[in-house]
Design a protein around this ligand. Structure first.
Ligand code: KIV
Ligand code: ZN
Length: 512
């Protein structure tokens, strides 16, 4: 058995399935590039048959990414599988991932199919997929709650049809580590052709055990692929966290004895990118990527770390991409220094025009904020990359007045398709007044389902990073804006969300 663990990242598919985490094609492409930088083995880019938007995203990622295998999910039917194959045409290495539920509960209540029908469909789908792609993964949805005899029958048959990876999802996060590990071991022992496929784990975090279950699947069960998502993004309580499972395998190599090909120095940038794109804030005490993950507040700990780092640190912050929150650039820094720092942070902007635009924003920020941190640069560039080429709305300026006992007033100047407009309103507070000023003109009718502010570098001198989540006609989008003035950041975030609603609406209209 190989000593290499295949890291299969599903941030862009299962991660995106979490309510409110939907991403645009350009955002997905940007995250995919970061996953490639991380040297992820397999990127699950989406579910091509689920919508035209998803198809386009899988296609764009398949065409752009060269080093990772690109995978598309497909239900176990010919249409889904053919659509995946079509979207993956441009990939250097492609994988079709087909699935069907195998637990008694799912088969009876959800699929309303008999076990024999499920068996047939699984076999036919893998046969069909193998005719289109040499790399086929089969997942037994709700696998951990399926009957072992039935699973053995299904897995043996799909391996015979050419499935190259067999995935045993703990779809509802019900498993516990030892039992899940034993379950996979028993499957592998009982299935005569089990050695012809790579075994994979896919664990959800409903009981907070997704990482532990995945590791048990590897250690006890002999699985050699782990499915995970950056920041543990995913349905309900999320998926197995990429950063935690990767750093567990690396840090405790003495125990697991397995290799992981991930370039961990890009982890923090990836985590920030996913958090900024989805508006899912990372809790400070989150392992590896939380703001406090390497902070030592107590005197005893600080003293220990100063004397010998490994007294209280089991990993090095720099190994996962934390910089020492240092001031990196200032007002006098030139374009080359800026570009160099972007590269050090693992950010590659597409074109010289994008770099120039980001540099202008950087200079503008440096005029207003004396200390520029890495976090500021990442926020600034994230705005740049999510800006997209054909923006409908653009921020120009904002004036607001608030005083104790007075109702706040705001006036926002912004562009609509290049033409300047002025919106004016009062509101409960300056942010409310500013967003109402925009809405008074745009009249999107969108419902705000989330508004959050986060201080990028931790002090009142910091930039505020605002996330606005809007919902309209069944579409949910996130807009992010950053500025030292949180009212301005809020207006930028609101306009960015309106742009995304607009571009989604345009896409739907164009597709008729
Ligand atoms: O959780 C699950 O069962 C899944 C499958 C589609 C792999 O996401
Ligand atoms: Zn899942």
């Amino acid at each position: 058995m190989s000593d290499k663990i295949i890291i299969f990242d599903t941030t862009l598919r299962d991660g995106e399935q979490s309510p409110g985490a939907s991403m645009t094609r350009d955002e997905k492409l940007r995250i995919a590039r970061q996953l490639e930088r991380l040297k992820v083995d397999v990127i699950e880019a989406g579910f091509a048959a689920s919508s035209n938007g998803d198809f386009e995203a899988v296609q764009a990622i398949a065409n752009a990414i060269k080093d990772s295998t690109i995978c598309s999910l497909a239900r176990a039917n010919d249409r889904d599988i053919a659509r995946s194959a079509e979207a993956l045409k441009g990939a250097n290495r492609a994988r079709i991932h087909t699935f069907i539920a195998t637990s008694p509960l799912h088969m009876e209540k959800k699929l309303r199919m008999s076990p024999d029908q499920v068996f047939e469909q699984a076999v036919q789908s893998v046969r069909f997929a193998r005719n289109l792609c040499g790399d086929v993964e089969f997942s037994a949805e709700d696998g951990s709650r399926s009957e072992i005899d039935f699973l053995c029958r299904v897995f043996e048959a799909v391996i015979r049809e050419g499935a190259t990876t067999i995935n045993v999802p703990d779809t509802v996060g019900y498993a516990v580590p030892e039992q899940y590990g034993e379950f996979i071991r028993t499957l592998r022992e009982r299935i005569p052709n089990s050695d012809k496929a790579i075994w994979s784990v896919h664990c959800h975090n409903d009981l907070g055990m997704a990482v532990a279950n995945s590791l048990a699947g590897v250690k006890i069960g002999g699985a050699r692929q782990i499915e995970c998502a950056i920041n543990g993004l995913g349905e309900r309580a999320g998926n197995c966290s990429f950063e935690e499972v990767v750093m567990s395998l690396k840090t405790r190599r003495d125990f697991f004895g397995l290799d992981v090909g991930i370039d961990t120095q890009h982890i923090v940038a990836a985590s920030r990118m996913v958090s900024q794109t989805t508006g899912f804030v990372i809790q400070p005490n989150k392992a590896v990527v939380g703001a406090n993950a390497f902070a030592h507040a107590s005197g005893i700990h600080q003293d220990g770390v100063l004397k010998a780092r490994d007294t209280y640190e089991i990993m090095r912050a720099e190994d996962v991409g934390w910089s020492a929150n240092k001031i990196v650039l200032g007002k006098l820094s030139g374009r080359n220094a800026f570009k160099q720092r972007l590269l050090e942070l693992g950010v590659e902007l597409e074109s010289e025009a994008e770099i120039n635009a980001a540099f202008v924003r950087f200079k503008d920020l440096a005029d207003r904020k004396s200390e520029i941190f890495d976090e500021d640069i990442l926020a600034l560039v994230s705005g740049e990359a999510s800006a997209g080429s054909a923006e409908t709305y653009g921020f120009v300026s904002l004036a607001q007045h608030s005083e104790t006992g007075e109702r706040p007033q705001a006036q926002v100047v912004f562009t609509v398709a290049g033409k300047e407009v002025h919106g004016k309103s009062d509101g409960n507070g300056p942010v409310d007044a500013s967003l109402k000023a925009i809405e008074s003109h745009v009249q999107s009718g969108a419902e705000m389902v989330l508004y959050s502010v986060n201080a990028i570098s931790g002090s009142t001198e910091s930039q505020g990073e605002v996330t606005v989540r809007l919902q309209n006609a069944g579409r949910v989008v996130n807009g992010v804006g950053a500025d030292p003035d949180i009212v301005v950041a809020s207006a930028k975030a609101y306009l960015s969300a309106l742009n995304k609603l607009q571009s989604k609406a345009d896409r739907v209209a164009a597709q008729g």
